[in-house]
Design a protein around this ligand. Structure first.
Ligand code: ATP
Ligand code: MG
Length: 223
């Protein structure tokens, strides 16, 4: 399995059910790591590129456009292919820390476990689209589905937020199954805790993982 190409490059993805605090926590972690001297780039899926930001409203826009599960899976994956080629891989190659709000595991959780598409086919598709690029660390912000959804006001809920309760339960269970199957890459965080406490926990996990990988802030690297 391939990870960051050059010393210093490190790829962290944020995953989990709706409203777990991914977007909140990714920015907190980016700020903390940047303060420590790491070159950090924060991005999101679908998005992060012109093509990705154009695909995003098709999938998550206010129009709530109906689509088939495979259409959905392929649109998310198309945005991802562009994102890896244009943003993620070049930044890792330059030795940056890339923090990504959702990545391949979201497609496995939502279109695989949630919609019922074949997981092995989806895994194969992700490998093709990303050239096999996997995160060094994946943070799972885990919380009960109802707690997460209750944090998102109804007018802000997107097409996937408004799926059935059983869909969201399958997504959450899927995340837990994937995390349990690969404990080397995944770290689970209790997302029901207070925001600052969650941030502290994630920072500690990220620092451990960076230390283990021998990735140090810029000042220390050049010393
Ligand atoms: N630990 C927390 N406790 C309570 N509320 C929180 C916590 N973390 C975030 N929130 C609030 O919950 C809402 C959802 O947070 P956020 O947008 O970061 O989650 P998300 O995982 O990115 O959601 P989505 O799945 O919709 O992208 C926001 O209003 C945020 O302020
Ligand atoms: Mg978000």
């Amino acid at each position: 399995m391939e990870t960051a190409a050059k010393p210093g490059g490190f790829f962290i993805s944020f995953e989990g059910p709706e409203g777990g605090g991914k977007s909140t926590q990714i920015h907190r972690l980016a700020t903390s790591l940047a303060e420590q001297g790491y070159p950090v780039w924060t991005t999101r899926e679908p998005g992060g590129t012109r093509v990705g930001e154009m695909i995003r409203p098709i999938l998550l826009g206010r129009q709530h456009i109906p689509m088939t599960p495979w259409s959905e899976a392929l649109l998310f994956t198309a945005a991802r292919a562009q994102h890896v080629e244009e943003v993620i891989r070049p930044r890792l190659t330059r030795g940056e820390l890339v923090l990504c709000d959702r990545y391949t595991d979201s497609t496995l959780a939502y279109q695989g476990y949630g919609r019922g598409l074949d997981l092995d086919t989806l895994r194969w598709l992700q490998a093709q689209a990303t050239g096999g690029l996997q995160p060094n660390l994946t943070i799972l912000l885990n919380l009960p589905v109802e707690t997460g959804l209750s944090r998102i006001p109804r007018p802000s809920q997107d097409r996937l937020d408004r799926e059935t309760a059983s869909f969201h339960q399958r997504v959450r269970a899927g995340y837990q199954e994937m995390a349990a199957a690969d404990p080397r890459r995944w770290r689970e965080v209790d997302a029901t805790a207070e925001e600052g406490q969650v941030a502290q926990g994630i920072l500690a996990l990220a620092r451990d993982a960076l230390q283990q990988a021998g990735v140090r802030p810029a000042e220390k690297r050049s010393a």
